[in-house]
Design a protein around this ligand. Structure first.
Ligand code: DX5
Ligand code: ZN
Length: 215
């Protein structure tokens, strides 16, 4: 499968959000990555429903919603109504993860699980067949523009083996510090989806930067 690119709008210009979403529409990006933070699960607050509603009015690509929030089951249905096609919850925020995955599937969305840098991929083995996407955090969640954590490659290889062994079709997404230098190495290790925020939006030519990541 050709890999997917999911630019994160966390790094977009919120005063020009229509312009930035239209740039993504005309780009080679596959998904639009939406970071929702609650100030409790992570030490930052990003944006909420009204802003997502404004974004989705312009977006012409699938919305990949990454929920960095406690008790995500409270809002999953709302995010689905706001157009989320992939809904990702954090392993560390979900004591009843299997139930969370069921809830997302019942709403007709793809279900993702994100894991923090310290969380071993092996913990996902028992549910891997129920997971459409695993988001391996390659920075500590909460902020864009952080430095990529090198231990990520090893986690990708281990997770790939678990997915293959189970005969699952789970995608591996990498989120945090992705750039043109580490992208080829991440894909070689087994990544399927690359999220990139600051590398895309701080670039002089975001369209060319996306095209380059897609190559
Ligand atoms: C971090 C978010 C990321 C972030 C990535 O908590 O989950 O999606 O936007 O930003 P960069 O690519 O700048 O590390
Ligand atoms: Zn994210």
């Amino acid at each position: 499968m050709a890999h997917l690119i999911a630019p994160s709008v966390l790094a977009a210009d919120f005063a020009n959000i229509q312009r930035d979403i239209e740039m993504l529409n005309s780009s080679e990006a596959d998904w639009i990555h939406i970071d929702i933070m609650d100030g409790i699960f992570v030490p930052n607050i990003s944006f909420g429903m009204p802003v997502l509603e404004a974004m989705q009015r312009h977006a012409k690509k699938p919305l990949d919603v990454h929920l960095m929030i406690e008790k995500p089951e409270r809002y999953v249905e709302t995010f689905r109504k706001l157009g989320a096609e992939v809904i990702t919850v954090h392993y560390e925020a979900c004591p009843h993860l299997h139930r969370n995955l069921q809830q997302i599937h019942d709403l007709g969305a793809q279900a993702g699980v994100a894991i923090n840098p310290h969380t071993p991929v092996e913990l996902l083995a028992p549910v891997i067949k129920d997971v459409d996407l695993v988001c391996i955090m390659s920075v500590n969640p909460g902020f864009g523009g952080q430095k990529f954590i090198e231990g990520t490659y090893d986690k990708i290889r281990k997770l790939k083996a678990i997915i293959n062994e189970a005969g699952a079709s789970t995608k591996i997404e990498i989120d945090g510090g992705v750039n043109a230098n580490n992208a080829p190495l991440l894909l070689e290790a087994g990544a399927d989806v690359l999220v990139a925020g600051s590398f895309v939006f701080n670039a002089e030519d975001p369209l060319a930067t996306i095209a380059n990541l897609k190559k």
